[in-house]
Write a protein that binds this ligand. Structure first.
Ligand code: FPP
Length: 235
């Protein structure tokens, strides 16, 4: 694979699964799996920006994750908040822009403020975009997009794919090229379901805290080998 011939996906999305099982295997609380998972996320963000990925979406907290024990929910919220505050220099150094997808409303104020601040502070950066999904659900995003369209006076009879897409949380972020799920489960779990319509799917049995740059490169290699047809006939 030489840089001239390699096909690098523009937008990669990751379902970072297996933190809880990673911790359980070690007799540790689930929260230590999440702490370690954050370290993996930092490694992968740095590597993805090194190899020239333009957009990286990370599923940090879903609309379904509120059903978890309060202690775990609070821990995850705290982890996201502290990470955003502490990582500014890292993002600045690499020119990484931070964005958020999901419904901000239910997110605790302190975390919400930190998300908005990170978006604001990194808005002018022109490197990779890291899109962090917090209180995110794919169906919820589609419903919110339709509501936005109608609230802006859109004609219900004229609602089409382009109109809906332009009301998603980040219309400027292109469709997903490659979706990765770690941790052994083979499902989408409401992750970017609109944007993933034509994505290549890569599943790994490895728990997220054990993921390394080599696993990410393996996923890129898989992507490169796929013949991408978008429902058409190859020319
Ligand atoms: C799924 O594993 C993981 C999560 C719900 C949380 C992921 C969050 C992080 C790794 C923190 C990253 C934060 C940022 C800001 C990028 P699970 O708990 O469902 O694992 P299990 O299936 O083994 O129980």
């Amino acid at each position: 694979m030489t840089p001239e011939t390699s096909i690098i996906p523009r937008h990669v999305g990751i379902i970072m699964d297996g933190n809880g099982r990673w911790a359980k295997k070690r007799g540790q609380p689930r929260t230590s799996g999440h702490r370690e998972g954050l370290e993996t996320a930092k490694r992968i963000v740095a590597h993805a920006s090194d190899v020239g990925i333009s957009f990286l979406s990370l599923y940090a907290f879903s609309t379904e994750n509120w059903r978890r024990a309060e202690e775990e929910v609070n821990f995850l919220m705290g982890l996201i908040k502290t990470h955003l505050r502490k990582q500014y220099d890292f993002y600045k150094e690499r020119g990484i822009r931070v964005t958020h997808s999901g419904d901000l409303e239910r997110i605790p104020q302190g975390v919400r403020d930190e998300i908005l601040l990170a978006e604001e502070d990194t808005r002018s950066f022109d490197g990779m975009t890291v899109n962090i999904l917090v209180n995110y659900g794919g169906r919820d995003e589609i419903v919110r997009a339709a509501s936005r369209y109608l609230a802006d006076g859109g004609d219900p009879h004229s609602l089409d794919e382009d109109a809906l897409a332009s009301n998603l949380d980040h219309p400027e972020i292109p469709d997903l090229d490659l979706m990765i799920r770690t941790g052994g489960e083979i499902r989408l779990s409401n992750f970017l379901i609109w944007q993933a319509a034509y994505a290549e799917l890569f599943f790994s049995d490895v728990f997220w805290p054990d993921w390394d740059v080599d696993h990410f490169d393996e996923a890129l290699k898989y992507f490169e080998q796929r013949q991408r047809r978008f429902g058409g006939i190859p020319g």
